[in-house]
Design a protein around this ligand. Structure first.
Ligand code: FAD
Length: 324
C-alpha cells in the first residue's frame, strides 16, 4: 500500500496530544498493511519537533518551516499540505479532528479530489477500503463509513486512541514552500485566550465542568478554585452557557467541544446525552450531584451524592493539602 501520511497539529510549540493519538493508530495500520508512515509538520519551529515525530514512528518527516503557518489561517495550511501530499503520495491522510483541521478539510478534499471521513472514533484499512466508525445521534450509535477512493482523508476524535511512542530512524525532508501573503484574504491581528481558561480544553488532562447545579457566581468561584488546584481546563454544560455564567467556548457536548481528559469532574450536571456525547471518552469521571438518580452517575467512575455547595469547599481544602 502507498504510505499513510499524518498531519501533526502544533500548538504552543508542541505537537498536540490528539495528533500523536491519531499517529499511533496510523502506525499500527501502516504496519499491518506494509506501508510507510510519513508525517507533515508545518510551522516556524517544525524542525524542533521532528524528533518527537520519529519517536512516534514516522520514517519520513516533511517539514515546512514558514512562519506563515503560525498565523492560524487556513489558506497556508491547505497550500502546505498540498505540497506535502505531492511528495508523499499517500493512500491515506490522517489528522486529529481539531478546530483548525475542521476548517481545512472541505477545501482540501476539493483541491485534492479526496474523499473525507470526518470526526471518526476508529479507522482501518480492509482491502481497497478505508473503513471508519463515527459516533452519531449524540454518540448513542456508531455509523460505519467507508471509501475506496484513491486518496482518503480521515480526521480522528481526540481520546479515540492512546498515544504511545515507538522510536525509529527517520529521513527529514524540508519541502520548499513559498506563500504570497497577498493571497491571504484576511489576517489575524491578535489572539486572545478566553478568560479564565489557561488550559486548552480539548487537550486537557484534567477538566472541571459545571452545570446548572452550580447556579451562580458563588458556585462558579468554587468550580474555578477546583480547576486552579488541579490545573484543569474549565468546561460547562449548555445550560450554564445559555445563562451566561460560563462562556460559549467552555461548552462540552454534541454542539460544543469533545474532550478526553484523564480526569473529568462533572459538577451539578445531570448527564443529558447531548452533554455525555462530548465527555464520555474521559478516563475517570467524578460526578457531584445532589440527585442520586441523575444519569451522570451511569457514566461516572466515582459518584458523590450531595450539594456541590457543601462538597466543593471540603474537596478543594483536601485537594489543596494533598497537592501542596
Ligand atoms: C440539539 C441539542 C444539542 C445540545 N447540545 C448540548 C451540548 O453540546 N452540551 C450540553 O451540555 N448540553 C447540550 N444540550 C442540552 C442538554 O439536553 C441538557 O439540557 C443540558 O446538558 C443540561 O445541562 P445541565 O446538566 O447543566 O442542567 P440540568 O439538566 O438542569 O441538570 C442540573 C443538575 O444539577 C443537579 N443539581 C442541582 N443543584 C445542585 C447542587 N446544589 N449540587 C449538586 N447538584 C445539583 C441536579 O440534580 C441536576 O441533575 C443540547 C440539547 C439539544 C436539544
Amino acid at each position: 500500500m502507498k504510505p499513510i501520511l499524518v498531519f501533526l497539529s502544533v500548538q504552543d510549540g508542541r505537537i498536540k496530544r490528539s495528533s500523536l493519538e491519531a499517529m499511533t493508530r496510523a502506525r499500527e495500520v501502516a504496519s499491518e498493511q506494509g506501508a510507510d508512515l510519513h508525517a507533515a509538520l508545518l510551522g516556524s519551529k517544525s524542525s524542533e519537533l521532528a524528533t518527537e515525530a520519529s519517536n512516534h514512528g514516522a520514517t519520513t518527516i516533511y517539514l515546512l518551516s514558514d512562519p506563515v503557518f503560525d498565523s492560524h489561517l487556513n489558506a497556508p495550511v491547505i497550500a502546505g499540505l498540498e505540497a506535502v501530499i505531492r511528495k508523499s503520495d499517500p493512500r491515506l491522510l490522517v489528522m486529529a479532528s481539531t478546530e483548525a483541521v475542521k476548517d481545512v478539510l472541505g477545501s482540501l478534499s476539493v483541491r485534492l479530489d479526496a474523499a473525507v471521513l470526518p470526526d471518526v472514533a476508529s479507522f482501518d484499512v480492509a482491502g481497497e477500503e478505508v473503513v471508519c466508525q463515527r459516533p452519531v445521534m449524540a454518540a448513542k450509535m456508531l455509523a460505519t463509513t467507508h471509501s475506496s477512493h484513491s486518496l482518503v482523508i480521515v480526521s480522528v476524535r481526540s481520546g479515540s486512541y492512546e498515544a504511545t511512542p515507538s522510536p525509529v530512524d527517520a529521513t527529514v525532508e524540508t519541502v520548499p514552500f513559498v506563500f504570497d501573503a497577498a493571497d491571504l484574504g484576511l489576517t489575524i491581528r491578535e489572539i486572545v485566550s478566553s478568560a479564565g481558561n489557561t488550559v486548552d480544553l480539548s487537550e486537557a488532562r484534567v477538566v472541571v465542568a459545571a452545570g446548572r447545579g452550580v447556579r451562580d457566581e458563588a458556585g462558579r468561584d468554587l468550580v474555578l478554585e477546583l480547576a486552579s488546584i488541579t490545573g484543569a481546563a474549565i468546561g460547562a454544560s449548555r445550560a450554564v452557557v445559555e445563562t451566561g455564567l460560563f462562556p460559549a467556548t467552555a461548552q462540552i457536548g454534541q454542539t460544543g467541544k469533545v474532550v478526553s481528559p484523564d480526569l473529568y469532574f462533572a459538577v451539578g450536571i445531570s448527564g443529558a446525552i447531548q452533554h455525555v456525547a462530548g465527555m464520555a471518552n474521559s478516563r475517570i469521571i467524578v460526578a457531584i450531584n445532589k440527585d442520586a438518580d441523575a444519569p451522570i452517575f451511569d457514566v461516572a467512575t466515582y459518584g458523590i451524592v450531595g450539594d456541590c455547595f457543601n462538597i466543593l469547599p471540603l474537596l478543594n481544602a483536601e485537594l489543596k493539602k494533598a497537592l501542596a
